[in-house]
Design a protein around this ligand. Structure first.
Ligand code: EPZ
Length: 418
């Protein structure tokens, strides 16, 4: 167990090389088991979720080798189709292994992923689509037991543009019999990254990034080498860090086209932003405007993962901002902790009204989930005095070396073991 200790009030100034995207590398690692050969993934971030996914891969019989920013998966020795309940509970995003394991073994047994601090996180859309593709699924004793002699391509409509369900269908469809179409598919950039990796393995995926994706089943896939896209949520978090401390930041390799909603909000709140071939630069103008309203939506709408970091910024803006969280039913867990630091925030159902205050104050606060924890780090950077943040294991799920990156930009932050 450890905590982050931050002395606030210092402008963040410097340059950060953007890490690979957690939400792209996780489905890509799941896809790698279908190659039956060796895959090498570059720009792979050092994260707890990647570590845990490596354990899942090894339990399935893969050999995994970690390099500085690469991970190599040798899928030639796959000999299992099960993911136990404890691992599934720790890493609910492992549900996207389902499509890949079924594609390799024709059967799969995984623990039910269950909910998490931000919501119930049901998987009904995943299961409905897999059943349409011919998978027989029995839910008993907290496990999903799945069997399917041959996955069959078919026309699938998603009632909600679910990222995970879109990914699971793509993974199940790439070696299925015939063509699969997905209407109302998720359009997140991570879906495009997964499709590009699959096609590099020999798959035939078209239309990723649009709400209509077609996948033509092929007989065989092969090993591939791929470099993961930069993390658009970590990028927005560090841009907010420069804004909230009155500093400036250059994010190398950040991709502005992946975060138009967030960049537009930062400009509205007073940031001076420049995008160059090298990345994205932001300089604070020394004043933070409130933002009329932020509504989280599926991509390309405002990303739910950036909601809490932006709320930390709004907490010290000049005026009142309104947030509406439309994606997850319980994604305001950071509010009480921000209020403990002096923020003025009122939550009503899915909406939060944030009245900007002149100053936040250091306090002892707790992270209950990944992005809410990042919001507390941002608030602590702006606050007067010292803040201690526990629950850092949540932050480490998605932010590679957060204290190293922030320290190199002048922030007084250290991790202490308790
Ligand atoms: C992915 O989660 C991301 N995780 C999340 O990032 C992100 O917030 C989310 O997409 C939305 O962009 C990974 O990629 C590993 P969804 P996922 O399926 O796939 C409902 C982070 O902080 N739903 O698009 O679970 C669901 O309850 C994490 O990095 C169903 O009802 O998201 C939610 O309300 C948090 N039935 C909404 O859809 C289903 O079968 C969005 O879920 C599936 C989802």
């Amino acid at each position: 167990m450890n905590k982050l200790v931050i002395e606030g009030g210092i402008p963040m100034r410097g340059e950060i090389a953007m890490q690979g995207a957690k939400n792209a590398v996780l489905p890509i690692l799941a896809a790698s088991i279908m190659s039956g050969e060796i895959c090498v993934i570059h720009n792979c971030p050092w994260l707890r979720d990647v570590e845990k996914t490596g354990i899942v891969l090894e339990k399935l019989g893969c050999r995994v080798r970690r390099g500085a920013d690469t991970i190599q998966v040798d899928a030639s020795g796959i000999n299992d189709c099960r993911i136990d309940e404890r691992l599934m509970r720790e890493m609910r995003s492992s549900i996207i292994f389902l499509g890949a394991i079924l594609s390799v073994s024709g059967r799969a047994e995984v623990g039910l992923p269950g909910g998490c601090p931000i919501g119930l996180r049901p998987i009904d859309l995943h299961l409905k689509a897999l059943r349409q593709m011919g998978v027989n699924i029995i839910e008993e004793h907290g496990y999903l037991k799945c069997e399917c002699a041959r996955l069959k391509g078919c026309a699938i409509h998603l009632d909600f543009a679910s990222v995970g369900a879109t990914e699971n269908i793509m993974l199940a469809a790439v070696k299925a019999e015939g063509e699969t179409t997905i209407t109302n598919a998720a359009r997140e950039p991570e879906i495009i990254d997964l499709a590009q990796f699959l096609n590099r393995m020999g798959a035939k995926v078209h239309g990723a990034g649009s709400s209509f994706i077609t996948i033509e089943g092929v007989d065989k896939l092969h090993g591939a080498e791929y470099s993961v896209m930069p993390d658009r949520i970590v990028s927005q978090t560090y841009l907010i860090g420069a804004m909230i401390t009155g500093g400036e930041i250059m994010l190398k390799n950040a991709n502005a086209s992946h975060m138009q909603a967030g960049l537009s909000a930062l400009a509205e709140m007073g940031g001076r932003i420049k995008t160059t071939p090298e990345g994205v630069y932001l300089k604070s103008r020394g004043h933070i405007n409130s933002i009329h309203i932020i509504r989280t939506m599926p991509y390309p709408g405002f990303p739910t993962d950036a909601q809490s970091p932006f709320m930390a910024l709004a907490a010290v803006a000049d005026g009142t901002s309104v947030f509406v969280e439309n994606i997850f039913e319980n994604r305001f867990r950071h509010v009480d902790e921000l209020v403990r630091m002096g923020a003025d925030i009122k939550v009503e159902g899915r909406s939060a009204v944030v009245r900007g205050v002149k100053k936040l104050y250091g306090a002892n606060v707790e992270a209950y989930e990944l992005r809410g924890g990042a919001a507390l780090v941002l608030a602590a950077m702006a606050a007067e005095g010292k803040t201690e943040i526990t629950g850092t294991e949540f932050i480490d799920r998605g932010y590679e070396d957060i204290e190293g990156n922030l320290s190199r930009c002048g922030i007084r932050i250290r991790r202490i073991r308790v």
